[in-house]
Design a binder for this molecule. Structure first.
Ligand SMILES: C[S@@+](CC[C@H](N)C(=O)[O-])C[C@H]1O[C@@H](n2cnc3c(N)ncnc32)[C@H](O)[C@@H]1O
Length: 361
């Protein structure tokens, strides 16, 4: 750096940034440990224990004490777990367990698992920075499992009380009996839960992942459901006409290779008075519109290292997770939907709910 540049440096700004970047280093490291805390059930264990030593915690969780103690060091200095040096005990305050345990309404620790998942494909992503192209779905080993955990929180648990009531008359229609299709259904929990709740209706789930569809079918069998079917199918090949009363996509349009084709197929497959319910990322299509978005850095990162790249891996559009509301509305209109309402739900800060009717209405 030249002496002239050094003279121009705002020292206060530089020192503030140094603090910020150190915070980023610490937060990134803590994220890896939060994921481990979720997967080993250490947070669930801690939430049940009185202040305990590392040995007591390790014994309760059935884990190795030396690893648990190092993890606790990260959690204490990271402000997640509290420590009493007088008797070397650790405790998870109830205010923190509200966001970290499986019984929590919003378990952020489950979402944090995406950080180490993304890190596993860093080498391939860097190659794409040089050569273009993308990283395929198959490269993400635990994606479907973690995605199912995530959508259990945002979709499955909220369907009956919050999501379905967004569409007037939908619950009554499901009770009477309608045809429902979920595209990009993943592990199928949403359709299985609806099939169980509404025995008069018929449910179909399409996903192009063999692994996800196998999980969905196994669950349907376990629940002894005969009004739901799952099929391995590329959404871009759907060729059905006036077949469904309700079509849903949960977080499943922005990472499509051919989102325009899929939206047209949905318009075609929907009956004239049917509803398309699209849950997709709440953001602006423009960086400047996301400056105040509380999760924007996370969303752009997930997009670059997953949603955008899986689409580009198939020579797709690469819309990315932050395709944004403006682009979503434009594409829905291009697909022939002119009757679109955008709704939001308190439990789901990351998504919009687009209630979409066929243009003929
Ligand atoms: C972000 S995940 C959401 C999964 C599920 N809807 C949920 O909420 O858990 C997107 C899903 O879309 C599926 N998918 C992506 N492109 C697809 C395509 N062209 N045809 C069918 N499924 C596709 C993926 O396999 C994945 O399961």
């Amino acid at each position: 750096m030249t002496s002239q540049t050094l003279q121009q440096i705002d020292q206060g700004k530089a020192e503030a940034f140094a603090q910020g970047i150190l915070g980023i280093l610490n937060s990134g490291a803590i994220a890896l440990m939060v994921s481990i805390g979720h997967r080993t059930r250490l947070f669930d264990t801690l939430a049940q224990l009185p202040p305990s030593t590392s040995q007591q915690i390790a014994d309760s969780a059935g884990l190795n004490e030396r690893y648990v103690r190092e993890w606790l060091g990260s959690m204490v200095t990271g402000g997640i777990v509290e420590y009493d040096p007088s008797d070397r005990t650790y405790c998870l305050p109830p205010e923190h367990s509200l966001f970290l345990t499986r019984s929590a309404d919003t378990n952020i620790a489950a979402t944090v698992q995406f950080i180490p998942i993304l890190a596993t494909v860093e080498d391939q992503i860097i190659e794409c920075f040089y050569k273009g192209g993308g990283v395929p779905y198959s490269a993400y080993k635990r994606f479907h499992q973690v995605m199912a955990e995530e959508s259990d929180q945002t979709v499955v648990e909220a369907l009956l009380d919050h999501i379905l009531p967004l569409v007037p008359g939908l619950v009554e229609a499901l009770q009477s009996g309608i045809d429902v299709l979920d595209i990009g259904c993943g592990s199928g929990h949403a359709m299985n839960m609806l099939a169980q709740t509404f025995p008069q209706s018929r449910f179909t789930g399409y996903d192009f992942s063999n692994e996800a569809i196998a999980t969905a079918k196994t669950e349907a069998q376990k629940l002894d459901l005969n009004n739901v079917q799952f099929q391995v199918k590329d959404a871009a090949t759907i060729d059905e006409i006036d077949r469904y009363d309700l079509i849903t996509t949960f977080d499943a349009i922005h990472d499509q290779a051919k989102p325009d084709v899929v939206l047209h197929a949905i318009a075609q497959a929907l009956r004239p008075d049917g509803t398309y319910l699209m849950q997709d990322i709440r953001a602006s299509s423009y960086v400047e519109g996301n400056l105040e978005h509380p999760a924007a850095p996370y969303l752009y990162t997930v997009s670059c290292m997953h949603c955008m790249t899986v689409s580009l891996a198939m020579n797709g559009a690469g819309l990315g997770a932050v395709w944004g509301e403006e682009k979503a509305l434009e594409m829905l209109q291009e697909a022939g939907f002119t009757n679109v309402e955008v709704k939001r739900l308190d439990h789901d800060l990351h998504n919009n709910y687009y209630i979409v009717k066929k243009s003929s209405l």
